[in-house]
Write a protein that binds this ligand. Structure first.
Ligand code: OFO
Length: 163
């Protein structure tokens, strides 16, 4: 059984994962309108992953006797200006999510809920990977700078990027 403090914390994290999914979906849609099909595909996939993160939390909360709340979300940005802006926003967002996960872990320790603390370790590991991938992408975009040919190749090859 979850304490009400842990339940509230996990529901807040569920909301954050849902809003990450929406944000990346909006980025994907913008990239598609810019003719950047590869980047759009990458972002569509990333959006799906965040939805999976949200669902994993939803199921866990209910399984442990809590009530997972499906939140109302603010609309994400529509225009992003440049692909650098998209991925800098994504990196900043992931850093913020990592901090939020760490805060959830701290609440679990505080509430002596070691089962949930253990469940959250999956998110801790996942965030490490996501931040590293976002940093790799930003490094590549810095190399490309304003070079259109470089952007063409980046758009073609982004699907093969891993950490
Ligand atoms: Fe990348 O945010 Fe989920 O965990």
């Amino acid at each position: 059984m979850l304490t009400s403090k842990v339940e509230k914390t996990l529901n807040a994290q569920l909301e954050l994962e849902a809003s990450s999914s929406q944000t990346y979906l909006a980025m994907a849609s913008w990239a598609e309108t810019q003719g950047l099909g590869g980047i759009a595909e990458f972002l569509f996939m990333h959006s799906d992953e965040e939805r999976e993160h949200m669902l994993k939390l939803l199921k866990y909360i209910n399984e442990r006797g809590g009530h997972a709340i499906v939140p109302q979300l603010d609309a994400p940005a529509v225009e992003y200006g440049s692909i650098q802006t998209v991925f800098q926003t994504l990196l900043d967002h992931e850093v913020m999510v990592s901090q939020a996960i760490n805060d959830c872990v701290a609440v679990c320790i505080d509430e002596s809920d070691y089962t949930t603390q253990n469940f959250l370790q999956w998110y801790v590991a996942e965030q490490l990977e996501e931040e590293a991938l976002a940093r790799t992408i930003m490094d590549k975009l810095k190399l490309i700078g304003g070079d259109k040919g470089g952007l063409y190749l980046f758009d073609r090859d982004i699907a093969t990027l891993t950490v």
